[in-house]
Design a protein around this ligand. Structure first.
Ligand SMILES: Nc1ncnc2c1ncn2[C@@H]1O[C@H](COP(=O)(O)OP(=O)(O)O)[C@@H](O)[C@H]1O
Ligand SMILES: [Mg+2]
Length: 319
């Protein structure tokens, strides 16, 4: 059941754009999450901030809840593949996690030739050293998923694509960690692909972050959310591919396309304001993605998010 536009409109004025819990520890503000550090533990609060092209553009009602609970769903589903950082979820927006030493690389896994990789391919660029064969069609499926790493740029900067050879040459990740993180990324992607298939979806591509705790490899940050992944509707994929039509997406590419088409914005200069009706319809995309991926109904908790988080943190003895 979709959430009504009316409920989403009500929540527009309650969205969580920032948090302020100094008692939780030292704060690092990412684009989407506020991360508080307490020794070897992190408290990650997923806010309602929405980013695209590395800019924070607005907030969406319930986005923090949707993202964090979806990531938690996937962490559970994939726990047999690789250890993850989750300790506890004391609130729909909050993950208490083990702090890892993060690798400086984002592990992007792709099942299909689309998005920026298609644009590179079409322009004859090969930033990942993939040597793809000529004559491939946009949105076509790779025989096996591929890895297209990029550096993890500091806030305000863009990630830099990189070949596997460059990652190793520059010593950004050591060879052993690289090998096991790569295997883990492929294993996680396989679980994502089969779960997506049961829900009538194609798992197109995604980004993982890994780190080390002692000698243990762990997957950190978020996993298989619309912010980090692309999903397409499986039904009609072949026909659309054959006709050169765009695939039907379930994710934030929708916002990027709205920005490009309606506002001529593709990341350069000052981002435009996002009108409330667009915020509501983007939220519907997140809700529908959440419900389609999990196969359950999302029950929004209308009201003051910061207050709810405070209560739940107190209950969990974190405040
Ligand atoms: N378990 C962890 N250990 C260390 N760092 C983590 C862990 N989980 C997430 N992080 C980091 O916390 C930040 C999460 O905030 P986010 O809003 O996603 O930031 P960004 O703008 O860098 O994407 C990221 O920089 C991510 O790498
Ligand atoms: Mg992030």
């Amino acid at each position: 059941m979709p959430v009504s536009d009316q409920i989403l409109a009500q929540q527009l004025s309650h969205t969580l754009s920032r948090t302020d819990f100094p008692a939780l520890g030292e704060k690092y503000q990412g684009k989407v999450r506020d991360t508080y550090r307490q020794g070897d533990r992190l408290v990650l609060i997923t806010t309602d901030r929405l980013s695209a092209f590395d800019h924070v553009l607005t907030t969406l009602p319930f986005k923090g809840d949707l993202l964090n609970t979806l990531a938690s769903f996937w962490f559970e589903k994939t726990a047999h593949v690789v250890k993850n950082h989750v300790i506890d979820i004391p609130d729909p927006c909050v993950t208490v996690a083990r702090r890892a030493e993060p690798f400086a690389i984002e592990f992007v896994v792709r099942g299909y030739l689309t998005g920026s990789l298609w644009r590179d391919y079409e322009a004859g660029r090969d930033p990942y050293g993939l040597h793809l064969p000529a004559g491939l069609t946009r949105d076509s499926k790779f025989p096996a998923p591929i890895l297209t790493p990029s550096t993890k740029a500091p806030i305000g900067q863009h990630d830099e694509p990189m070949s596997e050879a460059q990652v190793l040459e520059r010593g950004l990740v050591n060879a052993r960690d690289w090998q096991r993180a790569k295997e883990a990324a492929m294993g996680l992607f396989a679980v994502g692909t089969s779960q997506a298939a049961t829900q009538g979806l194609l798992f197109v591509d995604t980004k993982y972050e890994f780190g080390r705790i002692g000698d243990e490899l762990v997957v950190i940050d978020e996993m298989h959310t619309p912010d980090s992944s692309r999903f397409w509707r499986a039904e009609g994929y072949e026909a659309r591919l054959a006709n050169g039509e765009a695939q039907v997406m379930l994710d934030k590419e929708n916002l990027r396309q709205w920005l490009i088409a309606e506002r001529g914005f593709s990341g350069q200069g000052t981002p435009p304001p996002i009108p409330d009706d667009v915020r509501v319809s983007l939220t519907q995309k997140y809700v529908s993605a959440w419900e389609t991926i999990t196969g359950s109904t999302f029950s929004p908790q209308v009201g003051n998010v910061a207050e709810r988080i405070r209560k739940n943190l107190e209950r969990a003895k974190l405040l």
